[in-house]
Design a protein around this ligand. Structure first.
Ligand code: SF4
Length: 459
């Protein structure tokens, strides 16, 4: 059973039919932006939402008619074979191909992978959660985002390779970039065979197994040994890096430091990261921001990047963005704030996370000046759909208008961090969050100490 909303199999949420449009590589053209803005205006009263996989979600009262699905296919926003649409889960850095420090441009490989899926209908049985990440060593890294398979560009003995990570665990395998598509296809084929075996063993199973279930059952070693046995050794696509030998990663910017203006590798252009409050835009904002930049890159941080701005136009673009009511500052309270759908969109939610997040951000805006982004995560239940990694401050809905409050803990294994409050009224959260940030700003040991470092040591 497909639990993930997709274009051809939307799911029903509290506030309507939820449809997810998988945007190839998170890069969206002006024509595609216009089509989505029109769909939103025609079929939806709610906002256009950027997801934490750089896709788009729209809530409508009816599923999209066939004519719309066909248009989206023509525009490259849907798989030609509807049975494969749920597998177009590929994530690359939103600055791929424009980031000056990248080791390589990952876009051709990502496009090749999407074509591979299109040409392999037998993959339709795989879990809709099966996902690939390809990190080219950009400053705006996606290397730590959750993906089943991640290829991370690294330098090893002066050559560029991809280091292979499976279910967010590094392996000791390095892949020659020329062979990366081949390696991905073999890893996927092994996983597909596992999926078939499972369906024979348990014909009542309604859900396809995740890749992590294969790893749990077989162990990583067996999975990788199977890969190596299948791959043709000529030319050798893999090598093992030895611990202690030099392997170098590029340095990454902080998670939210794609916001603001940055030079591109194409020296006459810059890109501008724009805060999208809670990942939601009206259709007119979406269209306008697209018109300003002619294309957009959606980020897995639920913001957007306007690429290829001629350097001499930066100031005028800044003004136009601010006229849309949007900010490019990473110190804007919404910059690092995420919230799941909450009670208005999801029946599992105890609280109205969206409204409560807005109330906190608006209070911070008028009562404190942030000097670095503070990642605040509101979640309506423990599942934490909006963010899977620990945040600076987590607010977990537990009862009507009540939250548990957590801050970063020394122990990374604790899901949400150190619990500060176990029943805290939503109406008092804006003040509490402000006080936490104020305590950090006035008592941190050095100006560079992060909120996480401060809280980990704060008794
Ligand atoms: S985190 Fe829980 S409440 Fe929020 S959208 Fe996911 S399932 Fe629903």
């Amino acid at each position: 059973m497909n639990f993930c909303p997709s274009l051809f199999k939307p799911t029903t949420a509290v506030d309507g039919i939820l449809t997810r449009i998988r945007v190839p590589l998170g890069i969206i053209s002006l024509e595609q932006i216009e089509a989505i803005a029109q769909i939103s205006e025609q079929f939806s009263n709610s906002s256009i939402q950027i997801t934490n996989r750089a896709n788009i979600q729209i809530r409508t009262s009816e599923p999209f008619p066939n004519s719309v699905l066909k248009d989206l296919q023509k525009l490259g926003l849907a798989a030609h074979n509807p049975d494969l649409d749920h597998l177009r889960n590929i994530m690359i850095s939103p600055t791929a191909g424009i980031d000056p420090q990248a080791l390589l441009d990952t876009r051709p490989l990502a496009i090749a992978w999407l074509k591979y899926i299109d040409n392999h209908p037998e993959l339709a049985i795989l879990s809709p959660k099966f996902s690939i990440g390809i990190d080219g060593g950009e400053g705006v890294s996606i290397g730590n985002r959750p993906n089943d398979i991640i290829l991370k560009a690294v330098k090893y003995r002066k050559e560029i390779y991809f280091s292979l990570h499976i279910v967010n665990t590094p392996t000791d395998l390095l892949i020659n970039p020329d062979q990366a598509l081949n390696v991905l296809s073999v890893l996927t084929e092994i996983y597909r065979n596992f999926t078939i075996q499972k369906s024979f063993q348990n014909s009542d199973q309604i859900r396809s197994p995740r890749l992590r279930e294969l790893i749990k059952e077989w162990g990583m070693e067996v999975y990788l040994k199977t890969l190596e046995d299948i791959l043709d050794p000529h030319p050798q696509p893999l090598c093992h890096w030895k611990k202690g030998k030099e392997i170098s990663n590029t340095s990454t910017l902080g998670e939210f430091q794609h916001l603001g203006v940055y030079s591109q590798v194409q020296s006459e252009y810059s890109y501008m990261g724009v805060v999208i409050p809670l990942g939601r835009l009206s259709s007119s904002q979406f269209r306008s921001i697209g018109n300003i930049s002619k294309s957009l890159r959606l980020t897995p941080f639920q913001n957007a990047i306007a690429p290829n701005i001629p350097n001499q136009e930066i100031e005028s673009v800044k003004t136009q963005i601010s006229e849309l009511g949007l900010s490019i500052s990473d110190n804007y309270p919404f910059a690092a704030m995420v919230a799941c759908s909450g009670i208005t969109g999801c029946k599992s939610s105890a609280t109205d996370t969206q409204s409560d997040a807005r109330a906190i951000a608006e209070h911070l805006q008028t009562s404190i000046i942030l000097d670095r982004p503070i990642n605040i995560h509101l979640t309506g239940c423990e599942k934490s759909c909006a963010q899977h990694h620990p945040s600076d401050i987590t607010l977990l809905g537990v009862d009507t208008d009540m939250y548990k409050v957590f801050v970063s803990d020394r122990c990374e294994e604790v899901k949400f961090g150190k619990e500060l409050q176990n029943q805290y009224p939503a109406s008092e959260l804006p003040n509490l969050v402000k006080e936490l940030i104020q305590t950090y700003q006035t008592q941190r040991e050095t100006p560079d100490q992060t909120f996480k470092e401060f809280m980990r040591n704060y008794d």
